[in-house]
Design a protein. Structure first.
Length: 131
């Protein structure tokens, strides 16, 4: 019996089918767009992963770990870039436009016709008999 690679059969199939079919779809799109080499570079590992998911899904643990480590390293690069683009491309211009129009969300502007109810000041209790 082989040593455990850390994946159950279900987890191995899920990983293999998800990544394999994604690579096959990307290879198909690349072939449809008329590329020569790229479809085969994408479709070959995709087909091998789908085949491995059918034949030996529990042995895909090392591949899954490497793929997840690659994804984690990639996210450390792309997440700050995407968040920076959103912040400086969406929120900063919106804030500058609001400032140019004289709007300020940090100050409260209460109009007399709002739902605020003026209450008379109550005498404070000494809280000795709460119940």
């Amino acid at each position: 019996m082989a040593a455990s690679t850390g994946l159950t059969a279900r987890q191995g199939r899920k990983f293999a089918f998800t990544l394999g079919f994604a690579l096959l779809v990307l290879g198909g799109i690349s072939l449809w767009r008329g590329h020569d080499i790229v479809p085969y570079v994408l479709a070959t590992p995709g087909a091998l992963l789908v085949l491995a998911g059918v034949i030996a899904p529990t042995r895909l643990g090392p591949i899954e770990r490497r793929w997840m480590a690659f994804g984690e390293r990639l996210s450390r690069i792309t997440s700050p870039i995407i968040l920076g683009v959103i912040y400086f491309g969406v929120f900063t211009p919106a804030g500058l436009i609001r400032k140019a129009l004289g709007k300020n969300s940090l100050t409260a502007h209460h109009k007399p016709e709002t739902a605020w109810v003026r209450r008379e000041a109550k005498q404070r209790s000494d809280l000795k008999r709460q119940y």
